[in-house]
Design a binder for this molecule. Structure first.
Ligand code: CA
Length: 659
């Protein structure tokens, strides 16, 4: 970043600071503090023994007047001695009043976030951390993402995780977990067999909606307090900030050891409480978009951050770099990304590229309230503007989601329940929203996150039941399982980045709760016994994942597979045929989805020569990379089912080579 750009921006009310040393810089001999607060009249640094006033031994151990540098807007102070595990705040006096606040650049905090903490980060590294490596795939489209909430993952008794680790970061470090008194795998033990490449964690930064002392309430955590600090309620000790840092790293290391990457859900678009936020207390009125003295609200949560302002944009970049480098995070999912401006997101991409181009970035291409975004519609990261964004910044394809299953919370039907109206959205989505013929809001399939369900709204299973007027959440009615299977085929046999909610593959239910963000564990916890009850469905997902991994055109990040592919819709079934030029793989694959009540005659077309014979890899009962039969074009596809077939010649050749 050029220094000049920072000083010359006409929209900035204050002088800005490009340095990389905001927050504290620790050595065992001394610690230097720097806070950007150009509107302050006075800033005091306060040092404490504890993170809260009611802990044993709580006392103030120092107050120091910080010095202002008018050329940078930065206040600084240096304290001699080893401050590891010392807590601190800033007392900032502006014309809006005097406020005590934690550091905007906090790396650690005490319980419930009130005070920042100085931590020697090197001391938080678990054993072997120096050998921990990012899980980075060649293309974003190689990713198959499983979205999970830290607490849901292990809070149920059925997880088999030890009581003290249930609902915590450390649950991810337990190996060989099973449903108690059975041999059925759970948690990471289950995940490594499922075949997903990444977990996406719902917010794991410090959020405000759960009391870290009692840990009683449940919340998804989309209410940020300190962006650069792990959440305390997921740690075994929320009082001592260094503990949660170490435990978070233990989680990362354990997943990396299984070859699973971690995508972090980041919520830079708003903060939990405007007036209590360290941003607002430090530089009042600067970090949020405002109009006529009022906080705008495109997040739907009472404020929206000003990513178009130099110092917030810089904060985001610094924060993302920090999580990537200090915690070895492999990708980021941006909540309400359309609250952010295009320039910021492209700059984030460029800055993270300096670390590694393979770090995955995608986000929600919408706001909660377009009318209060505070930036021009041409500048926000929505689908209409996708082409102005880097091709390596993805967006959730809500058109495809809608096409697959219908409205997220109502009883409408989508393609999997037999609707013929939504075929167009499905077809465009199968092509990664990158086909000139069928619709291409995306530059390339690398920009398209293909999915049917996420944490928001009804689970896929609950949606399927609602649209079929069924209220037995434990039903094993074949019709509903077939509809779930068709969704799996549409997500995993399409172009784009595959994504699904944890447990979608075992008919996860939230008992019809469409917005469980603060519902109890009884609604949100993953009930691992469903992975047994619906194991045929789990096996179906596993098999499709194996096919996806074996056939690279499905994972093409460019438009080559789109241009080489051929899609036909005959009013009853969709067939997508992809050809492959990669060595050592099947040469042609066709996926046929019949969503009707009747058997249908597939129409398979390609601009390339079609093979004389095919083998079947997936049908209505099973899926995998081993042939389960042969296919001839005069065969019928069963009602409400899919077929995945590959050309027999290359299949036989590859099978022979394996033996
Ligand atoms: Ca918290």
């Amino acid at each position: 970043m050029s220094t000049n750009a920072f000083y010359s921006n006409k929209n900035e009310a204050y002088i800005t600071y490009p340095g990389n040393d905001l927050g504290y810089t620790y050595t065992p001999e001394s610690t230097t503090f720097k806070v950007w607060a150009p509107s302050a009249e006075q800033v005091l640094l306060k040092l404490y023994t504890t993170g809260s006033f009611y802990e044993e031994g709580a006392q103030v151990i120092g107050i120091k007047q910080m010095l202002y540098d008018a050329t940078t807007g930065v206040w600084s102070a240096t304290i001699d001695g080893d401050l590891h595990k010392t807590y601190y705040t800033y007392v900032i006096k502006t014309e809006k009043g005097t406020h005590e606040t934690q550091d905007v650049y906090s790396k650690a905090v005490g319980v419930n976030s009130a005070r920042s903490e100085i931590v020697d980060l090197a001391s938080t590294n678990p054993e072997g951390w120096e050998n921990d490596r990012h899980v980075l795939l060649d293309k974003p489209n190689d990713a198959i993402v499983w979205e999970v909430h830290v607490r849901d993952f292990s809070s149920s008794d059925t997880s088999g995780v030890s009581r003290e680790h249930r609902g915590k970061f450390l649950a991810f470090t337990e190996k060989d977990t099973v449903i108690p008194f059975t041999c059925f795998p759970t948690c990471v033990n289950y995940l490594k067999k499922l075949g997903v490449t990444h977990v996406q964690l719902n917010p794991v930064f410090d959020f405000g909606s759960v009391d870290e002392i009692t840990g009683v309430e449940y919340n998804w955590g989309y209410d940020p307090v300190n962006y650069n600090v792990p959440e305390g309620s997921y740690s075994t000790d929320p009082y001592h900030g260094e503990v949660r840092i170490r435990e978070f790293k233990e989680m990362v290391k354990a997943l990396h050891e299984e070859g699973i990457g971690i995508i972090m859900d980041v919520v830079y678009n708003h903060v939990f409480s405007t007036k209590d936020s360290p941003f607002e207390k430090t530089v009042p009125g600067y970090y949020f978009r405002m109009q006529d003295g009022k906080f705008l609200n495109s997040s739907g949560c009472g404020n929206v951050t000003a990513t178009d302002k130099i110092m917030f944009r810089k904060f985001m970049i610094d924060s993302l770099r920090y999580w990537t480098e200090e915690y070895h995070i492999d990708g980021f999912r941006f909540d309400l990304m359309a609250c952010h401006d295009i320039e910021t997101m492209n700059e984030i991409r460029a800055e993270l590229d300096k670390i590694d181009k393979r770090i995955i970035l995608y986000g929600e291409p919408w706001t909660a309230n377009d009318g209060e975004n505070g930036i021009s519609g041409e500048d926000c990261c929505n689908k209409a503007n996708a082409k102005k964004l880097s091709s390596r910044i993805g967006m959730f394809n809500d058109d495809m989601r809608h096409g697959i299953k219908g409205g997220s919370d109502d009883d409408s039907k989508g393609f999997i329940q037999g609707s013929t109206h939504s075929a167009y959205n499905v077809i465009a989505g199968m092509m990664g929203a990158s086909s000139v013929t069928f619709g291409n809001w995306a530059n390339e399939p690398s920009q398209c996150v293909t999915y049917a369900s996420a944490h928001d709204n009804l689970t896929l299973w609950d949606k399927i039941l609602k649209s079929n007027w069924c209220s037995d959440f434990d039903t094993t009615d074949e019709l509903y399982i077939r509809q779930n299977e068709l969704s799996a085929v549409l997500v995993l046999m399409s172009l784009g980045i595959s994504f699904f909610l944890a447990g979608e593959e075992f008919a996860r239910t939230k008992q019809g709760d469409h917005n469980s963000y603060k519902s109890p564990d009884s609604i949100n916890s993953i009930n691992w016994t469903r992975a047994v009850r619906y194991r045929k469905l789990v096996d179906y997902y596993k098999g499709l994942i194996r096919i996806r991994k074996a056939f690279s055109p499905l994972r093409d990040n460019t438009t080559k597979a789109v241009n080489d592919g051929y899609i036909v819709y005959n009013g009853q079934s969709i067939s997508l045929t992809l050809r492959n030029t990669a060595e050592g793989e099947w040469k042609m694959l066709s996926v046929i989805i019949n969503n009707s009540d009747n058997p249908c005659q597939p129409q398979i077309k390609s601009q390339y020569e079609l093979p004389e014979s095919w083998v079947i890899l997936a049908d209505k009962d099973e899926a995998g990379t081993e042939a389960i039969g042969t296919f001839s074009p005069d065969m019928q596809v069963s009602p409400r089912s899919a077929l995945v077939i590959v050309d027999k010649e290359s299949y036989d050749k590859l099978s022979a080579a394996k033996e």
